[in-house]
Design a protein around this ligand. Structure first.
Ligand SMILES: [Zn+2]
Length: 339
């Protein structure tokens, strides 16, 4: 009985020192483990006692066991609550901390310019026409009066895909697509990627964007072409710009012209960018060649039309003062986030 009193005192000293669930488990094992717990060991000693002493000691032992068990259960409950409070405290979000800014995407500068060009011409009555990036030789070259021996057909310049197919080198093939599918009169533009076998540098890229447009009707003149381009280019750059046509040659137009705008940087006074000429070359244009009409089964004596093609990258470069075309394709966030 004295041993038991000693054990009770011992337990009373030990349990208040338990502070976490690990220590609690050790204490439980030490006292209540069925095999080696201190109370179990006492139980095992019962057999060595006198018959008269046994019941009293046994019942005292059971009492202690119950008492210890209840004490440890209460302790477990309070430790659990304390640890839960600590966990919640650890995981609490400090709403005073500045948040991480969420990155929000926006339209790429090149596609912004593409959208602007499309809407400028669509407001003038043009229809947007989608054409495939893989073209046939006929739609990219032959039908546009680009003969077999023309330098742009050189494998140095064009990605041939085998057979009759190639990656389009311009969007001009839209003329063949649209004229075969629709009845004149028509006003059509097409925009999209085109491909050339160029090594990338500040002014060249193997893939870039173009916009091609044309109109077919009766008695369409070079004046209609100039007026249309003037209206669209003034919307794209500034209402003050001047537009001029210089004679030039493209196989699919006759006559052909280079189209310049007055320099948007010096207003025509002359600067580094316009090489002191006051003019910037912006696109190529002309009256649709009779042979193109013949290729799609239109009578060139009945129908007339104009066509132009412009590099969207070039417009973007001029509009934003970009000095390297590769910036438009490298997806460098430091560059893109400026737009
Ligand atoms: Zn200039």
């Amino acid at each position: 009985m004295q041993d038991l009193e000693y054990l009770e005192k011992q337990f009373a000293e030990e349990w208040p020192q338990v502070g976490d669930s690990g220590a609690l488990q050790s204490l439980k094992d030490r006292w209540l483990s069925r095999e080696r717990g201190l109370l179990s060991l006492e139980m095992k000693k019962l057999g060595q006692l006198d018959k008269e002493a046994r019941p009293a000691v046994g019942s005292r032992l059971n009492q202690l066991k119950l008492q210890f068990t209840e004490r440890l259960e209460a302790l477990q409950q309070s430790i659990r609550e304390k640890e839960e409070r600590q966990r919640q405290l650890r995981e609490t979000v400090d709403i005073h901390l500045p948040g991480k800014p969420a990155l929000c995407g926006h339209v790429h500068p090149l596609l912004q310019v593409k959208d602007e060009i499309e809407s400028a011409f669509m407001r003038l009555g043009f229809t947007l026409f989608d054409t495939p990036e893989i073209e046939t030789d006929f739609r990219n070259f032959e039908g546009l009066n680009i003969p077999r021996d023309h330098p742009s057909r050189d494998s140095q310049d064009t990605f041939f895909l085998g057979g009759d197919h190639l990656l389009r080198t311009h969007c001009t093939g839209v003329q063949i697509h649209a004229m075969r599918q629709m009845q004149p009169p028509m006003r059509v533009i097409a925009t999209g990627k085109v491909y050339r076998r160029d090594n990338p540098d500040a002014t060249h890229s193997p893939v870039f964007y173009q916009c091609d447009g044309f109109a077919v009707g009766k008695n369409i003149t070079l004046g209609d072409l100039k007026g249309t381009l003037e209206a669209a280019l003034r919307e794209l750059f500034s209402p003050d710009i001047q537009v001029r046509l210089r004679p030039s040659y493209f196989p699919f137009v006759e006559p052909g012209a280079e189209v310049d705008i007055s320099c948007i940087f010096c207003s025509g006074a002359g600067c580094r960018i316009c090489k002191d000429s006051g003019w910037i070359e912006i696109l190529g244009a002309g009256m649709i060649h009779p042979r193109v009409f013949e290729h799609v089964g239109y009578d060139p004596l009945e129908w007339t039309g104009y066509a132009w093609g412009m590099g969207i990258d070039r417009i973007a470069i001029l509009k934003y003062g970009i000095d390297d075309i590769r910036l438009l394709y490298e997806n460098d966030m430091r560059f893109l986030s400026q737009f």
